[in-house]
Design a protein around this ligand. Sequence first.
Ligand SMILES: Nc1ncnc2c1ncn2[C@@H]1O[C@H](COP(=O)(O)OP(=O)(O)OP(=O)(O)O)[C@@H](O)[C@H]1O
Ligand SMILES: [Mg+2]
Length: 291
Amino acid sequence: MNSPAIPLIDIRGLTHSYLPGTPLETKSLCGIDLQVHAGETVGIIGPTGSGKSTLLQHMNGLLQPQQGEVHVNGLSLADPSVDMRLIRQRVGLVFQNPEDQLFERYAGDDVAYGPRNLGLPADQVRERVRLAMEMVGLPFAYKDRLIAELSHGQKRRLALAGVLALEPQVLLLDEPTAGLDPQGRRELLQVLRQWRAKAGRAMVLASHNMEDIAELATRVYVLVAGRIAFHGSPRDLFAHYEMLVQHSLAVPAATEVMHALRQYGYPVPTDVLSMEEAVNEIKGLLHVQTN
Ligand SMILES: Nc1ncnc2c1ncn2[C@@H]1O[C@H](COP(=O)(O)OP(=O)(O)OP(=O)(O)O)[C@@H](O)[C@H]1O
Ligand SMILES: [Mg+2]
């Protein structure tokens, strides 16, 4: 068990450049401090190219810190004696693009890859594949399908199943709802809510989509050009409307409506998180006006 004082992920002063020392050097992260504790869903938002994917890839050791430190469960990822296989089992990354993650021919083999690598016996591998596929809403019979013949949404689910089959403690999701239709998005958010309900787990969600952040995140970091421009609760974040607009970050529709009402002089709060809250505020307003 982790004591609450030790974060599952602890990042201090993380700085990273792609192609360092070359004319093409790009500084992608600059002095990032970030912690993830059990029970949290940490949202990372930021414009295109702000460093979200680079940051996530440091959390499970896919990228090594050039400067600064990354600890997982108190283990430094720069320590050569740390077993990276164990880190990748504990901290599972679902890539931005499922095509980057899926590499087997048949769906079931892709989900089985991680558990097989852990050295589990065949019956346990099969059970993990079945459970993971069920969890993401893919029938177990799909294990025999060719990945190339799956739809984009099914590939996304499959990529998630492959990570869940490792039974990670922390789930890193890079733009998980990109390219999904509204129903696919709702179903995925439901899967994620169910997954995180188990004690001791945590999620990190990198997204452009503020509605995803509003629905899932318990704490948010805004990344702009590789630096943390804001850190706080989703409610605090949406109250910083001007900062979001300044960085071309789409504001949830409910927040937009509240800001517009404010501009017309109506005394509504501007930190609402959902349409439901906005509707209640407007109802309250109408009640006041008609009485
Ligand atoms: N493999 C790479 N080689 C060189 N530069 C890269 C590489 N990957 C990313 N970069 C650059 O690093 C910066 C951060 O990229 P990153 O992909 O982490 O941002 P992001 O916030 O995830 O963007 P997006 O919203 O488009 O997914 C960008 O300037 C990007 O062009
Ligand atoms: Mg990205």
